[in-house]
Structures are given as C-alpha cells and as structure tokens.
Design a protein around this ligand. Structure first.
Ligand code: NAD
Ligand code: 6OD
Length: 486
C-alpha cells in the first residue's frame, strides 16, 4: 500500500498530528493508499515555504530561466509517463487508454503551453498627449501575484491541478496545492518531478487532506495566501469565496455545469452520436463539460435516442489496466449513492428509462467497486430535478425540440453556464445559436476539443474569470501601469 505524505519545501513530510486517511480503489473497494492529513502546522509550513521561495532564487529568475525549467517539468512528466498513468488509474479507476491519450499528456502539455505563453507575452503600451506637448508613454508590467492556493477536484486530477500549477509558476508565483482527498497520488508524484528538474524548494508545495475543517479550508483562510484558484462544486466555491473575502484575496473559479448538447436534424448523424456519447459518458460522466441535457431536433429524435442507447449498452466494464475496458467506475461509493439517488428520482419524476438506471453485473473481483450503468432518460419536464441539477454521473436526459429559438431558451434555462456543443451542417445557424447560448465555452461539431491558448471558464454559477493562454495573466499576475512623461 502506498504511503502518501505532504510535500513541503522540497521534502515529503508526514503530518505532526499523526492523522492519516485511507484511499479506497474505485475499481474494487480495496485500500490502496494511506495519506497524511495536513493540519494547521503543515498548512502554515507550506504557505511559509511558498512565501519564502518568492524572495529566494526563484524570485530572481529571469522569465527565460523559469521557462526552461517548465519545459523540463514537461519532459520529466513524459519520462515518468507510466508512473503518472499508474497513479491516476489507481486513484480514478478510469481506463488506461483515457489516461494515456487524454489526461496524462494534457498534464505535460499544460507546462509547455504556459511556458510558451509567458515567453511570448506582450505588454500594452499607450502613447498619450500632454498639455505641454511633450507627451507620455504608458506601459504595463505583469508581476507575480505571490503565493497561490490551488484547490482541485477528483474527476481529472492531473489535468486539472497542472492546468493551475503551470500558469501560476510560469508567471513567477509559488504554489500550495490541495488535491482532492479522493485523488492524492499524481499531485504527490509531481513533487519528485519538481525536485529532479531543479525547481527550488518551496516553489511547489502539496498539502493533503479534506475541505471543510481540514487542509482545504485552512489554506483558503491563510492570510499569507495571496489568491485562490479553485475547481470544484459551485457550493464549495461559495464557501471559498467567503474565506477569500477576508483580506480581499482574488479568486478564479471553475465550477459546476449542467451542459446542453444541441443536435439539429441536418447534423452529421454518426459524428453527433459519437460526440454526444463521449460528452455524456466519458470518464463515467464525471466531466464538468459533459452533457447531461441533450436536445435533439424532432425529425431525428427517435433515431438519435436509439443510436445513443446502442452505444451506451456497448461499454465494457473492467479493470483500468485491461486494454479491453472502455468504461470505469465512479470515484467512490459515496458518489455512487448520490448518482443512484438521482436515478431513482428520475423514475419518481416520471422519466421513460431508455437504458441503464442501476448497477451493472460485473465480475466478482471488481464487485466491490463503484460501478454504475450509463443511463438515458426521455420524457421529463424541464422543471425536473434531474434536468436542472448537476448529477456528475454517466447519464443524460434527451428532449425533442423544433426551432432554434426554442432550444436556445431551453439551454439557457439553467443556473449554470459552463459549456455547450452544437451539432449541425448549417454553420450560419451554429453561429447564431452560439452567440445566444449563455456559456463560457461552445463547441460546434465537436466536444472537449481544446486549444490551451483560448479563454476557458464558465458563466453564471459555473465560474468566475477565464484561464488559458494570455487570459491566465489576468489572474496569476498583478498588472502594473507605468506612466513615463517624455
Ligand atoms: P468539491 O467542490 O467537493 O471539491 C473540490 C475540492 O475542494 C476538493 O479538493 C475538496 O477537498 C475541496 N474543498 C471542499 N470543501 C472545501 C472548503 N470548504 N474549503 C476549501 N476546500 C474545500 O468538488 P468535487 O466533488 O471534488 O468535484 C466535482 C465538481 O467539480 C463538479 O461540480 C464539477 O462540475 C466541478 N468541476 C468543474 C470544472 C470546471 O472546469 N468548471 C472542472 C472539473 C470539475
Ligand atoms: O481542459 C481544461 O483545461 C479543463 N479545465 C477541463 C475541465 C474538465 C472538467 O472536468
């Protein structure tokens, strides 16, 4: 069984309070790791190490030096690719091909993309006239914000923590990361990478533990944390925003979603079925950008429902390292209970069950895992809880529509506003709909196609701020204006 410690000032450190918690395999329920739960002492040490590092050699490095180190981090992740795949598979139970082709490569890419971004970032300049005719020049300078607290969820742990660590370091900050208690392994391993490429001690720190009354809350309340970037549930975002209000610390939030896929009758049918299948069921539906609401234009509605049903019934349950497995478990028994409660609620609310709705028969060796069937419903009113609330499971409700304006109104009738996907051959229609859907990210004839230079984030209760490319400068730096009278 793995022993996982905090990573503070370049060293792996057990918590002084002696507290440890267990990580259970989502695949079979066995205990796979024992993790130190950071207490106030470790949170204080980690934040102090990060604050000190700002004034040490890291703070003196040129952008070029930081950039070269970040490229080395990416290279080292690639060199230790199998270790990261193994750690992430153990934590999440998701199939190896998803780890190898999506999540772990994205971790390495996050470092190269933000190294490139900071190397090429430009500053704004304005020439202005002055009454004496000599004029003045204004220019901006981006300086690191300081110690960044990073709090991340369990659904795509390595992708999501590195999506925040990389821009924070590229901009010259230092970080204290609190990964989810459900997925401590890949972030812990990143400490070894940082040490082996020569990132100075204290620049990257990891505290392990839970949220409320634990490491997460202690980090957000720490007065020496200058800004907090958080990915997770909207309710947790509310608690963190309250903590950040003390001391007027900046926040960047990537929160929940209840995303709509909009399928027009003129779409490339097979591509739309494949895309919506992925958006509803990839990662066992535990993707913030996933589609739990699918709107299909009436002429192809029945055919679409049947095609999605067939695909959902073809998933192969199995251990992540088995190359035949196409589908993993949910993250935990607790989350499984939550998703199953929505499965029951859907039936209570009058849904027609197209497929799934329960727990699959799996082989005895994995029967203790958090397995659940991909599930499709139709026939619910838009007011149903299952249509309104984020479930974060492998499920979707499919609803017919007739006109573009109607589906825009349906898509927007939600408190979340993270993403949407639009499937149509009529690009003019796609542009019109995209302009009116109240979300941060829209995909046309694709889903989760990521160019990391683009603005990423949610509208409404799906987030605050945008990260990605030079948009990350907004959060990870202070912008200073310098006015020079000529
Ligand atoms: P969560 O909010 O329960 O937990 C996320 C992290 O916050 C964990 O590390 C947890 O320990 C910590 N935390 C919890 N309470 C805290 C508190 N009071 N103070 C400080 N830290 C606290 O989320 P989750 O269940 O881990 O992840 C699923 C959620 O994340 C879903 O809602 C999903 O939509 C969202 N998500 C959003 C995006 C996005 O980009 N918008 C991406 C991935 C996941
Ligand atoms: O691709 C990304 O940068 C990103 N933040 C993805 C989020 C996935 C949510 O589950």
């Amino acid at each position: 069984m793995r022993q996982v410690e905090n990573f503070i000032g370049g060293k792996y450190i057990a918590s002084q309070n002696g507290k440890r918690f267990k990580k259970y395999s989502p695949v079979d329920g066995s205990v796979i790791a024992s993790i130190s739960e950071a207490g106030q002492e470790e949170v204080d040490m980690a934040v102090q190490a990060a604050a000190d590092a700002l004034h040490g050699e890291w703070g003196q490095y040129s952008t070029e030096k930081r950039v070269s180190l970040l490229y080395k981090v990416a290279e080292e992740i690639n060199r230790r690719f199998d270790d990261f795949v193994e750690a992430e598979m153990a934590d999440t139970g998701q199939p190896s091909h998803v780890m190898k082709h999506v999540f772990i490569p994205r971790g390495a890419a996050n470092f190269t993309v933000f190294a490139d971004m900071i190397k090429n970032a430009s500053n704004e300049t304005f020439h202005m006239s002055t009454p004496d005719g000599s004029g003045a020049i204004n220019y901006t300078k981006h300086v690191p914000k300081g110690v960044i607290g990073i709090i991340s969820p369990w659904n795509a742990p390595f992708l999501l923590t590195t999506w925040k660590i990389a821009p924070a370091l590229a901009c010259g900050n230092t970080v204290v990361v609190k990964p989810s208690e459900e997925t401590p392994l890949s972030t812990a391993l990143l400490g070894e990478v940082m040490n082996s490429v020569g990132i100075p001690e204290g620049v990257f720190n990891v505290i392990q533990g839970f949220g409320p009354d634990s490491a997460g809350e202690m980090l957000t309340r720490h007065p020496k944390v200058d800004a907090i970037t958080f990915t997770g549930e909207t309710g947790t975002g509310t608690a963190i925003m309250k903590a950040a209000a003390e001391g007027i610390r900046d926040v960047s939030f990537e929160l929940g979603g209840k995303n709509a896929a909009i399928v027009f009758a003129d779409c490339n049918f097979d591509a739309a079925v494949e895309g919506v299948f992925k958006s509803s069921f990839l990662n066992t539906g535990q993707v913030c950008l996933g589609s739990e609401r699918v709107y299909v234009q009436r002429p192809i509605f029945e055919r679409f429902v049947q095609a999605l049903k067939i695909k959902a019934e073809q998933v192969v349950y199995g251990r992540p390292e088995d190359s035949a497995s196409t589908y993993g478990p949910l993250i935990s028994q607790e989350h499984k209970e939550k998703v199953l409660s929505y499965y029951a609620k859907a039936i209570d609310e009058g849904a027609t069950l197209i497929t799934g709705g329960g727990v699959p028969n799996v082989s005895d060796d994995i029967a203790g895992g958090a397995w659940i069937e991909p599930t499709i419903w139709t026939g619910l009113p838009e007011t149903a809880a299952v249509v309104k609330e984020e479930i974060f499971g492998p499920c979707c409700h499919i609803c017919p529509f007739d006109e573009a304006d109607e589906v825009i109104a349906l898509a927007n009738d939600n408190t979340y506003g993270l993403s949407t996907s639009i499937w149509t051959a009529d690009l003019a229609c796609a542009h019109r709909v995209a302009a009116k859907v109240e979300v941060g990210v829209t995909w046309v004839n694709s889903w989760f196609l990521r160019d990391l230079r683009t603005a990423f984030g949610g509208s409404k209760q799906s987030g605050i701020g945008r990260e990605g490319g030079t948009h990350s400068l907004e959060f990870y730096t202070e912008t200073r204006n310098i006015c020079v009278k000529l």
